[in-house]
Structures are given as structure tokens and as C-alpha cells.
Write a protein of this length. Structure first.
Length: 298
């Protein structure tokens, strides 16, 4: 575990790490300090298991690879900011499988040691500060960037200065003994983060259960390669919910893609579409088939 957490956060990190070490298969690794939105996701999705804070996404993934945790909870996209950086590399390279997904409604809280009138500045992650900038401007509170929302709350609690507050989750306020001075202070009321659950072994849901399949592939360097590769999904009536391209190793000739579809390879239309995809690509890697958490129109 890293020693860069504020002291009050490090106390919780050490306690959680010790509990996880005693029962690693019950541990759920996440990135961030205790009280982060990833921690909230773990508590919502796995209320009876042991949260294991990790300094980075790579550390959370490694905890599962090495057996220090049974699964990891990793954010993959946000309704305001899109794809989480580097996740398209981390998922396929991890060797782990997606076995579930979970959506967290991000509700930022204004946290402090005193009252709102005493606040002169607040600490938080730059992304969170950007999501509450209109409220901060209206209140005359200056934003101060911090590497993590929950760690910012822990730092405020440890410093003991009533003029400095934090923007973080309600959970962070509760863990570090801060007053919740305002809740739901985000400028957009649809701020939602989607998380995926990673495990060492795949767990394909049975037929009949609404499912999602995530995979990545590399197109051949020929005209209309992507059009041909995706044609099977259209002809077989398979809905593609996500398609994102990226380049690897400085190559500009052959793009790789991360994609998600409704359905499971156990369903004949999906199996046929994936078979056609394989015919027009250099390779296809299924990252996971897992229960769909909700209607994408929600």
C-alpha cells in the first residue's frame, strides 16, 4: 500500500488491508482512498465483502491476479466524461474477465469541519471540482486540486482548519467525521459512473438472463475493414452499445477497437455475429459476458 494517503486515510487503508489479507477471497479491490466513489460502488454491489483500497487501477487489477482479492471493481466510463483513461489497454491486458457491472450515481457533497460560511477553499480531484464549479463560484469558495476526492476529505479532517473543506461522497464525510454542509452540489443531475467487476475466471450467465458481452478486436488493413467486420451484428439483429477505437504501439495503419453488445455468445445470433467478426479481423478477444445491470435507457 502507498504511504501517500493522508494520515487519517492511511489508518483506514491499513485496517482494510489487514482484514482483506485474512480473507483474500472475500476482498474486493478498488482504486482510491477509503470513501472514494469506487469504495461506494464496492459497498453497494458487495455489502457483505471486504473493500481493499489500492493506489492505482493497475494495483487493483494485480490484487486479483495475485490472489490478494477475489474481484476488483473498476470504473470504465462516466456519463459526463466518457471513457476512463487507459481502461481499453488495462482490461484486455489484465487477463481477467468481466463478470458484472454496477452503476453509481455520483452525488457530490460539500464537506467541512465547521459551517459553510467559514469555508474559503475546498480540496478535491480536478474532475470533481469541474463538476461543481458553478456552485463554488456562487458561494465564493476557491477550488484546490487534490489527487483523490476521498483523500482530500481525509486531508481536511486531519488538518483541522475550518476554512478548508472538501468535495467528496457522503461516505467520505462519514468515514472522516466531516460535516455534510450541502449534498447533491454537482452541476449536472445525471452524473453516473459505470463500474465493471473483474475476476480471474469468466462467469457467463445462463441463457434467458439479460446479458452484455465486452470484447476487443483489431481490423485488417484493407478498405472497408470495419464496415465488413461489423456487418454481422446488423444482419443478425445484435445491438452494439459501445464501439471505441484506439491505437497501440504507435501504429496508425491498424486500429484496435473496444466494443460492447447486448447478448451472450450462447445465443445463436450473437454467436453468428462474432463468427463473422472473426473472419474480417486479425483477432477477437472476449473480455467478458455478464448480467446486464440495467436498461441502458435509464
Amino acid at each position: 500500500m502507498t504511504s501517500s494517503y493522508p494520515h487519517m486515510a492511511q489508518i483506514l487503508v491499513d485496517r482494510m488491508a489487514a482484514a482483506a489479507a485474512a480473507a483474500p477471497q472475500q476482498a474486493v479491490a478498488f482504486q482510491g482512498a477509503p470513501g472514494a466513489y469506487s469504495h461506494q460502488a464496492v459497498r453497494e454491489a458487495f455489502p457483505d465483502r471486504l473493500p481493499l483500497p489500492c493506489a492505482s487501477f493497475e494495483d487493483a487489477i494485480e490484487a486479483v491476479q495475485s490472489g490478494r482479492a477475489g474481484v476488483a471493481m473498476i470504473p470504465i466510463e462516466n456519463s459526463l466524461h466518457g471513457r476512463v483513461a487507459d481502461i481499453h489497454f488495462l482490461l484486455p491486458e489484465s487477463g481477467l474477465s468481466i463478470i458484472g457491472e454496477h452503476f453509481v450515481r455520483v452525488r457530490h457533497c460539500l464537506l467541512g469541519l465547521g459551517d459553510k460560511a467559514a469555508l474559503r477553499e475546498v480540496k478535491s480531484h480536478p474532475q470533481a471540482l469541474g463538476q461543481v464549479r458553478r456552485h463554488l463560484r456562487a458561494w465564493g469558495i476557491a477550488p484546490v486540486q487534490f489527487f483523490d476526492t476521498a483523500a482530500g476529505a481525509a486531508a481536511v479532517a486531519g488538518e483541522g482548519d475550518a476554512s478548508v473543506g472538501a468535495i467528496a461522497s457522503r461516505l467520505a464525510g462519514e468515514l472522516y467525521g466531516l460535516n455534510i454542509l450541502a449534498e447533491g452540489v454537482e452541476d449536472a443531475d445525471h452524473n453516473t459512473t459505470r463500474f465493471v467487476v473483474l475476476a480471474r475466471e469468466a462467469a457467463v450467465p445462463p441463457l434467458g438472463l439479460p446479458a452484455m458481452t465486452s470484447f476487443n478486436f483489431e481490423v485488417r488493413s484493407v478498405p472497408a475493414a470495419l464496415f465488413k467486420a461489423l456487418g454481422g451484428f446488423a444482419t443478425n439483429g445484435v445491438n452494439m452499445t459501445k464501439l471505441e477505437s484506439y491505437l497501440r504501439d504507435g501504429k496508425f495503419s491498424q486500429a484496435e477497437f473496444y466494443a460492447e453488445i447486448d447478448g451472450s455468445p450462447l445465443e445463436p445470433p450473437v454467436a453468428r455475429a462474432l463468427e463473422e467478426l472473426a473472419f474480417f479481423t486479425n483477432w477477437v478477444k472476449i473480455i467478458g459476458t455478464y448480467p446486464r445491470a440495467r436498461d441502458r435507457a435509464d
